[in-house]
Write a protein that binds this ligand. Structure first.
Ligand SMILES: Nc1ncnc2c1ncn2[C@@H]1O[C@H](COP(=O)(O)OP(=O)(O)OP(=O)(O)O)[C@@H](O)[C@H]1O
Ligand SMILES: [Mg+2]
Length: 655
């Protein structure tokens, strides 16, 4: 390497003010949408209830934001444009508990440094408005109602390099719209309209706070599909006397997308992109969304402001939590809880909602457009009694008829109906069970025996998934409920039921096992034999007993009780193949759910199995009581509903 003599140091100089401002502006304003974001933040901070955004050339030529907020006093107008000038905080203590969107006193100065900006404003006690031209500093009287208009022209005119980085107009316009959308979702009580080139693009009316307002805003911004096919979230987590509240709506797994572009998370009203929340929400969907699908959601996190640092990112889109675990757990549980309750039982119209959000679901589904909905069958449109102890509502008279939902990890008599080990199996039932041994519908369990217990829990007319009427092509169960027709994918549904039950058992100790009268032996590969030897403990926990019969043969001597008729050899092979991929000691923690899913898949009722109506009804009752039973283990829906109204719409039948 040739050593080159270092150059003499260049003198250190202070930068000119204008350049300082332009550098600072670069951090805050990346594109027109950044200006829209800052101006909307300011309008909301000023208490506006109506905001109009006007754009020209996707905001590059002009962005104008008009609000009806409190306005800026004339004497303050020039100050508002100065760097580090703000009315929102005055001390470090204020900063640490800031509740406004703005706090740096930088946005207007930054925008003014890279555009042609003017501010027109009038306060309630002023006889008329004043307009300040940021470039010339000229202040002149003007006409305007109380509120503020900020107009930004020729963005980046002074920094052409930046301007070159802008994308096509359509892209920049989309980013601007996204900014408006994020704010609109945060504040359903505020009206927003957006104009582009003199054309009205969107107009969302504000309504006083409440469930109706939020439902309407979600439908406006994210579409009727989301409003219709989403579940309310409302969860309050307490730890060490502190409360984190999470509410909002999450899209049904059906709505999941390949990208995470429909995930809106807010912390104390501020839109954020936060890894903790994204991860927690995705984890909450883990059991119903497989692969790389991304859920859709709007989640609002309310947390003591002193426990979040909002001053970590120039555009404030990232935050730092004092205790990110606390937030992670709260979001995870909020999502899990919302997903766990079987929808058939929960899509209830109830009296007084516990929170604005919990009513949103019934609101949305109460106003379906039959023609539009007939095209895509719904899962959430049932109007059924809420079960006691779920959803926080449910004092509608039906609640008492429901057995309370078993908490996860806690086996419940009513919930375990298909298993021979069901704790509710009484002597009388057991004898029925033996009599019916020959026709075991789903393996070890007994449909008909437990049917009695289930139907006793709820009168027939109130079964959310209805009364089975037929089986279609050996795949689907057709059922009739008070709203119309229910179609159930029987394998998918049963798979979920078995899976949830296996999970419960494994949580408690190990999966109940049943020896085979005649062991099933099969010719095994050396790897299968090695795995069987190394993973005895894991196999036992899973309810399997597999051991070598000879150097080239394995024998399956016991299988999980639920698995009844599953092909023992096929099952053993799949489980061994999966075990082989993991380190034996960690398999039950790392691959637990996949293993259980494999077991469940093998034991679930197969297509083309003829079922009796009683068996079908038993399956439906099981679904109503099993967590997450609206999706199979692979995230596909297990049932769909078609209401009479929708049927009528299909047949153009007026009612
Ligand atoms: N639309 C508006 N209505 C009323 N006052 C406004 C409006 N926009 C700005 N202001 C006033 O001007 C000040 C400066 O605004 P600016 O956006 O530059 O800073 P900020 O909002 O305080 O902080 P940040 O830089 O974090 O946005 C604000 O503190 C506020 O007092
Ligand atoms: Mg601001």
């Amino acid at each position: 390497m040739s050593a080159s003599t270092p150059l003499p140091p260049r003198p250190i100089r202070e930068l000119p003010d204008e350049l300082i401002s332009q550098i600072a502006a670069g951090e805050v304003v990346e594109r027109p949408a950044s200006v829209v974001r800052e101006l909307l933040d300011n309008a909301l901070d000023a208490g506006a209830s109506d905001i109009v955004v006007r754009l020209s050339a996707a905001g590059v030529r002009m962005i104008r934001v008009e609000d009806n907020g409190q306005g800026i006093a004339t004497a303050d107008l020039p100050v508002a444009l100065k760097r580090h000038a703000t009315s929102k905080i005055g001390s470090l203590q204020d900063l640490e508990s800031v509740a406004t969107m703005g706090f740096r006193g930088e946005a207007l100065a930054a925008i003014a440094a890279i555009s042609d900006m003017s501010v027109l404003s009038r306060t309630a006690d002023a006889p008329h408005a004043w307009q300040l031209d940021a470039r010339t500093g000229e202040l002149k009287p003007a006409a305007r109602a109380v509120g503020t208009t900020v107009e930004v022209r020729e963005l980046f005119f002074a920094t052409p390099a930046r301007r070159k980085f802008l994308k096509a107009d359509a892209t920049e316009l989309a980013h601007c719209m996204e900014s408006v959308r994020r704010h609109a979702l945060a504040r359903p009580d505020v009206g927003f309209s957006v104009w582009h080139e003199g054309k009205l693009l969107e107009q969302w009316r504000g309504q006083p706070d409440g469930a109706q307002a939020l439902t309407q805003r979600l439908a406006d911004v994210l579409g009727a599909e989301f409003a219709d096919q989403s579940l309310p979230v409302d969860h309050q987590a307490q730890s060490n006397g502190r409360t984190v509240r999470i509410w909002g709506r999450i899209g049904l797994p059906d709505l999941a997308r390949s990208r995470g572009d429909q995930q809106f998370a807010y912390i104390n009203g501020r839109f954020v992109r936060d890894k903790v929340i994204v991860h927690a929400a995705r984890s909450g969907f883990e059991d119903v969304l497989h692969g790389h699908k991304q859920p859709v959601y709007v989640l609002y996190v309310e947390i003591d402001p002193t426990r979040v640092d909002v001053n970590v990112h120039p555009t404030k889109i990232e935050v730092r939590f004092r205790d990110s675990r606390e937030v992670h757990q709260a979001v995870l549980h909020a999502v899990e809880n919302a997903l766990a309750a079987p929808r058939a039982a929960l899509a209830a119209s109830s009296g007084e909602p516990a929170s604005p959000m919990s009513a949103a679901g019934s609101q949305a589904s109460a106003t379906p457009d039959p023609a539009a909905r007939a095209a895509g069958w719904q899962q959430s449109g049932l109007h059924l009694p809420t079960r006691a102890g779920t959803g926080g509502a449910g004092s509608d008279g039906f609640g008492a008829m429901w057995p309370s939902r078993p908490a996860s990890g806690q086996a419940s008599g009513q919930a375990v109906a298909f298993g021979a080990d069901a704790p509710t199996t009484t002597g009388a039932q057991a004898s029925v069970q033996t009599a019916q041994e020959a026709m075991r519908p789903w393996g070890g369990g007994e449909a008909s025996a437990d049917l009695a217990a289930d139907t006793a829990a709820l009168p027939e007319g109130h079964w959310p998934l209805g009364r089975a009427i037929a089986q279609l092509h050996g795949i689907y169960i057709l059922a009739e409920n008070s709203q119309g027709l229910i179609v159930v994918d029987m394998h998918a549904a049963h798979e979920r039921i078995v899976y949830e039950r296996l999970k419960e058992q494994l949580d408690q100790a190990r999966i109940a096992s049943q020896p085979l009268l005649i062991p099933s032996s099969f010719a095994a590969t050396p790897q299968e034999i090695a795995t069987a030897q190394n993973a005895q403990e894991a196999l036992a926990a899973l309810g399997l007993d597999i051991s070598a019969l000879s150097p080239k043969t394995l024998a399956v001597r016991a299988v999980p009780t639920h698995l009844g008729q599953a092909d023992a050899v096929e099952l053993a092979r799949s489980v061994l193949a999966e075990l082989a991929q993991h380190e034996a000691s960690r398999v039950l923690t790392q691959a637990r759910n996949e293993l259980l899913a494999t077991l469940a898949c093998h034991s679930a009722v197969r297509a083309n199995r003829r079922l009796t109506l009683e068996e079908m009804n038993a399956l439906l009752r099981q679904m109503e009581q099993t967590e997450r039973s609206d999706q199979c283990n692979h995230g596909r829906p297990t049932w769909r509903a078609l209401t009479l109204r929708e049927l009528d719409a299909l047949f153009l039948r007026g009612r």
